[in-house]
Design a protein around this ligand. Structure first.
Ligand code: KG4
Ligand code: ZN
Length: 321
């Protein structure tokens, strides 16, 4: 089996996946509660927590798969992009595990990992397809021709879609991380109550900073009781603007590239309005939308492993190459 580790942000995750793509264990320990009081992820706090959690999460994953380290043939780990201290905890743990049994190691790009969440059983997707990757750190349109990689067709010029959700949720007093909370609040609201702008930048790129500012202007002079009264409408209208931007650009890119299939991955792919707005698209299963290690192990199935001991000096990277 392939043992996957993911520690790029605030989820400590370990998974066991077979070479055929069956997920035997997929354990994710979220640190969200720990960071909530700061209103965002504190990198130093995240690194220390990964250090405490990586051992227990590994033990839980092995137990869930009814396996031992004897059953592991390859170790896969996220190398970047992400928080550098957090990444180094996972990378060091992966090196130690691989080194102790003289196993090969596969370093995985986190974004490629999100795409590879589509290659797992029971319903693996075959390239070619156009992939919308919308997460807390990235908003990308990717042309995927085979399972080894992708070509970037569009990106965000400022905030990522998940970041727009999180900042909007914060302005609406919905706590951190706010994407899922805003999604829930929007269910009781009217998406047409407020006309928020959808930026139309050239090409297939995205921009969400103007939208965030529009929400700020809409809420900053509202008394607390009035904000309370309008929260659902504001959430629904704001979410609608984000989803519209994502859907419009994705459909335009699919048409321009002649892509017959569309897929959506990343944390924002869990959004209920986005999921119903693209009925023709393949959506990553809910459990594989937000950060996890099964997607990292999945990506490793299509990369050449680095033999022992060549990977011992491997470094992590914070930003996409
Ligand atoms: O992929 P992910 O777990 O981490 C990154 O690689 O960034 O994505 C996390 C992002 C957060 O911004 C979170 O608010 C957002 O995904 N998210 C959602 C929903 N669930 C998570 N955004 C909108 N609606 C949701 N239901
Ligand atoms: Zn991610």
């Amino acid at each position: 089996m392939i043992l996957g580790l993911e520690t790029s942000c605030d989820e400590t995750a370990v998974a066991l996946v077979t070479p055929e793509g069956d997920v035997r264990a997929n354990v994710v320990a979220s640190q969200a509660e720990l960071h909530a009081r700061y209103g965002g992820v504190v990198p130093e706090v995240a690194s220390r927590r990964h250090l405490e959690l990586v051992g227990p999460v590994l033990a839980e994953a092995l137990a869930e798969a009814d396996a031992t380290l004897e059953d592991v043939a390859t170790v896969a780990v996220t190398r970047g992009p992400g928080l550098i201290g957090a990444l180094l905890v996972g990378l060091s743990a992966a090196k130690a595990l691989a080194w102790s049994r003289r196993l090969p190691l596969v370093p995985v790009d986190h974004l490629h990992g999100h795409v590879a969440s589509l290659y797992l059983r029971p319903e693996p997707l075959d390239p070619p397809f156009l992939c919308l990757l919308a997460s807390g750190g990235h908003t990308l349109l990717l042309d995927v021709q085979d399972r080894t990689g992708h070509r970037v067709v569009g990106t965000t010029l400022d905030d990522a879609a998940g970041e727009a959700f999180d900042k909007g949720a914060r302005l609406l007093g919905l706590g951190y991380p706010g994407g899922a909370a805003l999604d829930r609040a929007a269910r009781d609201g009217d998406p047409a109550a407020h006309a928020f702008p959808v930026a139309r930048v050239p090409g297939f790129d995205f921009s969400f900073s103007g939208l965030k500012t529009a929400l700020l202007y809409a809420v900053r002079d509202l008394p607390a009781d009035e904000l309370e009264r309008r929260r659902a409408d504001l959430a629904a209208s704001y979410q609608h603007a984000i989803v519209r931007a994502l859907v419009e650009r994705t459909l335009a890119a699919a048409e321009a590239l002649g892509a017959e299939r569309i897929a959506v991955v990343g944390g924002v792919a869990a959004n209920s309005e986005l999921r119903s707005a693209l009925p023709q698209a393949t959506l990553a299963p809910l459990a594989l939308c937000t950060d996890n290690a099964a997607m990292i192990a999945s990506a490793a199935r299509y990369a050449a492993p680095i033999p022992f001991p060549e990977y011992l000096a491997l470094d992590a990277y914070a930003t996409a190459a």
